[in-house]
Ligand binder design. Sequence first.
Ligand code: HEC
Ligand code: HEC
Length: 438
Amino acid sequence: MIRALPDITKLLVTILICAPATAHGQPIFDPSEAHPGGNATSILIEPSAAFSGPVSTLPAPDLSEFKKGSTLFYTRWVARPANPPALQGLGPLYNALSCEQCHRNDGRGRPPTNGLFETEVTGTVAQFSQLKSEYGEQLQDRAVAGLKPEGQLMLQLISREWRYTDGLKFSLTTPFWSIKQATSLSIPNTISVRTAPAIFGLGLLEAIPDSHLESLADPDDYNGDGISGVRGIGRFGWRATQGTLLQQTAHALLIDMGVSSKLYPQTFGDCTPHQTDCRALAGDGIEANEKFLQSVTDYVANLGPPPRYAEPKIVNRGRSIFYTSKCDACHTPSHKTGSHRFSWLSGQTIWPYTDLLLHDMGEGLADGGGREWRTPPLWGLGRHKEVNGNANYLHDGRAMTIEQAVLWHGGEAEQSRRSFTRLNASDREALIAFLKSL
Ligand code: HEC
Ligand code: HEC
C-alpha cells in the first residue's frame, strides 16, 4: 500500500514532515537547546559527577528518596547466608556485585583490556541471542564460592589505517571477541557484546509518548530518505529490548547479579537446567524486595541530563554540519515529553539526539543479534572521560574517539558516514566540537 504511492505524494510528504528550516536547510537555533533536559536539567557540581545529579526540579521529599536509591545502586550484594542479612542473594553466577560496578559514576563501561584476564569489572558483557543456549542469556564471568564461573570474555583488536577524501589518515580498530570457556558446555555460536551505557536522563526518555515514537518510525521508508527506523520491543538497551526502567532494573538484577525480584522470581538467576551445580546452589524466595526494585528504578528515572558542555553559540558551525550530514535523521535532536508518573518530567522540551528506533547500521557493526541497533542519545557525549576516566563509544565500546564512532556508521547511515569523510579537517573538528558540547 505505502510502497505504491506515486512519487509526487512521497515528495509532498517529505516537505510536510520537515522541520521549519532556514535558507540553508537546517532548523533555526532554539534557545531551549542550552538546557538538554528542559527544566529537569541537572545542576553541575563537579565534572566527575556530571551524570549523578538529580533533575533540578526534584521536590525535597523525593530528593531524600533519590539519595536512598543512590546508596542502593552502589551497595554490593553478597552471597547467602550473610551476616548482617543485608542485600543477600548474589549469584550463584554473576558479573558484578552492584549496579555501579558496571555503570561507574552512573556512566558507561569499557571493553576488557586486550587479551588479558581482568579482575576488575569492566561493564562489558557477552549476551547470547539463542535463548536456548546452555549458558542462558549472558556469559557470567564470576561465581559464588564453590562454583566455577562460565568463562571469560576475550578481546583482540586489529587496527587499520584509512584516508579521508582530503588525504589525512585515520585508523579504525576492529574488535574480535571470543570466549575462553571455563566449563564444557557447548558454546553458542552467536554472541552479542554490549557495554554498559550511561544511565542519566532516562526518566525523560521514558516520558516520550509511544505515539510520538510511532510517528518517527518509517519501516517502509515512506519519505524515501534511505533511512527506515523501526520500533524495538521497548526503548532501553542497545537493541531497545526493555520497555520500562522497572523492567530494565529487574532484568539487570537477574542477569548481571543473579538476584531475583517479583518480576523475575528465579533465584538461580541465569543458570540453565544444564548447569545442575549452579541450580543446586540457588536458594528460594525473592532476594531484592519490592522496595529495593522501586527505589533503584526511581533513582535512575530522576538522574538528570547535565547542562551543555559549551555555550551552544560557540559550536554553531558544527551544528550546521550535523544537519547537512543528515545526522539528525536518526539522532532526532529534540522531543517534548508527555506525562510521566513523576510530574516534573512531564511536558519538557528535551534535546537527547535520539529517535529511540532501531536502524540497520551495516555489516561492520553487525553481530550475532543482527545489524540493527537503537540510536543512542548523544547528550553528555563530551563528558564521559571526566565521569569515569574512559571514553569509548558504540555498543561494544570499540570506538576510542567520537570520530571513530562516526566512521563505523554504515547501512542506513552510510550517506552520513560518507559526508563525514568528505569534510575538510576544520569542518570535521567543528562537528566533533558540537557533538562534545551536547
Ligand atoms: C555486569 C554489568 C552491569 C550491571 C551490574 C548492571 N548493568 Fe545496567 N547495563 C549493562 C549493559 C551491558 C547494558 C546494555 C544492555 C543491552 O544493550 O541490552 C545496561 C543497560 C542498562 C540500562 C538501559 C540504559 C539505556 O540507555 O537504555 C539501565 C537503565 C540500566 N542498565 C540500569 C541498571 C541498574 C539499575 C542496575 C542494577 C540493578 C544495573 N544496570 C546493573 C551492564 C550492567
Ligand atoms: C541511520 C541512523 C543514523 C544516522 C544517520 C547517524 N547515526 Fe549515529 N548512531 C546510530 C546508531 C544506531 C548508533 C549506535 C551504533 C552501535 O552502537 O553499534 C549510533 C552511534 C553514534 C555515536 C556513538 C554514541 C555512543 O554513545 O556510543 C555517535 C557519536 C554518533 N552516532 C554520531 C553520529 C553523527 C555525527 C552522525 C552524522 C554524521 C550520525 N551519527 C548519523 C544511528 C545513526
